[in-house]
Design a protein around this ligand. Structure first.
Ligand SMILES: Nc1ncnc2c1ncn2[C@@H]1O[C@H](COP(=O)(O)OP(=O)(O)OP(=O)(O)O)[C@@H](O)[C@H]1O
Ligand SMILES: [Mg+2]
Length: 330
């Protein structure tokens, strides 16, 4: 996609929380100590990390995507780079750091539930110096994900977003869950610098300390965020903005896991938004990507491309609605 500011190398940049997920499913999955050996049904090894999954989906949707991050000099690090390369993400700014071990999440899936053991390693390895002016000035848009996991960047998020805005970038934020459940940090200072905020409903209510999504969204918008997209799993998603709200429902996915659905939703929404599409169409594209990923195992397997039928149909409908509105106003 070539944007109005075509001189910039990227449409979207993001900071990578780079990790691998080892996902184990089926069989005798709940661990017992005391030297017990248990047999599980299946496993898969996938690239994990919210921002890298986001980056892959954004690239598959035709955006030029840059990511800054670190991996260890190990097999997991190579798997991450290879996956992002195959999806079309520019990984030239992913540094192989021999002093690090690549982050690892071991997910034990039990029905709809999951227990996750995480080794941070490369996940939170970025430091304030990695948010360079050069990187920020190279794009049209900054997507900031995994707000609380990037512990090395946490103190400088507001400054980073301020600098990005000064370079003319728009900014989106998906905090994801705070593993320490403190929810404060620099978030309050960061929110007024955000154009599009994309929490799930639990995150929205926890961050705002409000008892309903409606109240939570009112609170977020009062912090100065113009667009709030709230993700609701198999119940779809909603977007709220000055002109009102739109809702998108989905048919529940079957046969996959929900890993990466939220991050792929974010990329889908932004792929529409950065093309200037109306918010209801952006929401539909987000939901289509989220559902498609939730129907497959792992975060990147089910990610659609811009040319896929489902997205093409949404884009065509949006174009027709646009044309009808235009001719109606003449
Ligand atoms: N089980 C499902 N069936 C159908 N669609 C789904 C399902 N789970 C997620 N989606 C789609 O993906 C979108 C984002 O998923 P979700 O609400 O789980 O985000 P999230 O909580 O941020 O996820 P993540 O765990 O990736 O951070 C939803 O709005 C919905 O459109
Ligand atoms: Mg999420």
């Amino acid at each position: 996609m070539s944007g109005a500011t075509g001189a910039r190398a990227y449409d979207v940049i993001t900071f990578g929380d780079l990790a691998v997920d080892l996902i184990m499913t089926g069989g005798d999955i709940v661990p017992r100590f005391g030297q017990a050996e248990q047999l599980v049904g299946d496993y898969s090894v996938e690239m994990g990390g919210s921002c890298s999954i986001f980056a892959c989906q954004a690239a598959k949707l035709g955006l030029r995507v840059g990511i800054v991050g670190r991996v260890g000099d190990d097999g997991f690090g190579r798997l991450i780079r290879r996956t992002m390369d195959e999806c079309g993400v520019d990984t030239s700014q992913v540094v192989v750091d021999p002093t690090l071990k690549t982050g690892l999440g071991i997910a034990l899936c039990h029905g709809d539930d999951r227990a996750i053991l995480t080794y941070m390693g490369s996940i939170n390895a970025l430091r304030p110096d990695d948010a360079t002016d050069e990187f920020l000035a190279s794009a049209r848009h900054l997507h900031y994900g995994s707000f609380f996991l990037h512990t090395g960047l946490l103190p400088v998020v507001p400054d980073t977003l301020r600098r990005a805005r000064a370079f003319g970038l728009s900014v989106s934020l998906d905090t994801n869950w705070d593993p320490e459940e403190r929810w404060n940090s620099t978030l309050l200072e960061a929110l007024p610098l955000v154009d599009v905020f994309m929490p799930n409903e639990r995150e929205a209510m926890t961050i705002s300390r409000r008892g309903s999504v409606t109240e939570a969204v009112e609170w977020v918008r009062a912090q100065g965020v113009p667009i709030v997209a709230v993700k609701r799993g198999a119940d779809g998603a909603q977007v709220f903005h000055e002109g009102g709200a739109h809702e998108c429902s989905v048919t529940p996915a079957a046969g996959g896991d929900s890993v990466g659905a939220g991050d792929s939703f974010d990329a889908g929404f932004l792929a529409g938004w950065l093309r200037g599409m109306p918010l209801d169409a952006c929401l539909e594209i987000g939901c289509h990507c989220g559902r498609s990923v939730a129907s497959a195992v792992g975060g990147v397997e089910g990610q659609p491309r811009w040319a896929d039928d489902g997205i093409r149909r949404i884009a065509e409908r949006a174009n027709q609605a646009n044309a009808a509105e235009y001719s109606g106003s003449e």
